[in-house]
Write a protein that binds this ligand. Sequence first.
Ligand SMILES: Nc1ncnc2c1ncn2[C@@H]1O[C@H](COP(=O)(O)OP(=O)(O)OP(=O)(O)O)[C@@H](O)[C@H]1O
Ligand SMILES: [Mg+2]
Length: 265
Amino acid sequence: MLNRYLELSKVSIEFPTDQGPFKALDEIDLILKQGEFVSLIGHSGCGKSTVLNIVAGLYQATTGGIILENKEVTDPGPDRAVVFQNHSLLPWLTAYENVELAVKQVFKKDKNAAEMKEWIEHNLTLVHMDHAMHKRPSEISGGMKQRVGIARALAMQPKVLLMDEPFGALDALTRAHLQDSLMEIQADLNSTVIMITHDVDEAVLLSDRIVMMTNGPAARIGEILEIDLPRPRNRVEISDNVEYNHYRHEVLAFLYEKQRNPADH
Ligand SMILES: Nc1ncnc2c1ncn2[C@@H]1O[C@H](COP(=O)(O)OP(=O)(O)OP(=O)(O)O)[C@@H](O)[C@H]1O
Ligand SMILES: [Mg+2]
């Protein structure tokens, strides 16, 4: 297991705007171990999606960069699958075909037609989309689209799974179910995950570490909280755990005392 599996090294970014350059991130430094689950939390607009887009290779850092398994990341690639904040499925393809398109990129040579079909169906079943896999995005709900986006990312078996508020649009029960599935899948595959969330309970339940960002502009990492709770974690048992509540408190204090929502000023 690599201790420096994924490294964000002094990542800063400036966006050109009509009012001149806008510095969104200022020297973000973070090192993830292989198999680590890290959540990013911070107020709206602080720069969380920007961090993820840089790791995905969709945005280029102005200074600093990303290193994955000792190689610098400069472009997007199937080794870093993204679940976007807004599902981003191709509207003219069915759920099945959306997953198929991604899977073909990765497993073209390794799976025959029957194996490919089985793998796609398996991943859609994981997110409970087997009953609607031949529908197009316009024919399914927002939560269902999000689930297809998750299936698509999981089916790619990426080295790094990048998730931008993957469960934000889901009802509470579906969200809980998918959080549990994600914990199981991640334990099975030992995937390295960066997940953005606004949900403090979700962050504590799922993460090995929670990275708390300061408000922008020029956002930085404010604090990093290590979540030292044994796995597998059970949401019901954990809700009564003193340590769990201590971690929740730490995140809430960061968000609502140390970094107030910029909209409140
Ligand atoms: N392409 C861009 N051009 C100019 N400014 C941008 C661009 N992308 C992001 N920004 C700015 O960078 C800052 C961070 O945006 P980002 O989308 O990363 O925030 P976020 O933390 O993901 O917010 P939210 O929680 O609302 O999704 C914002 O001020 C945003 O306006
Ligand atoms: Mg965002």
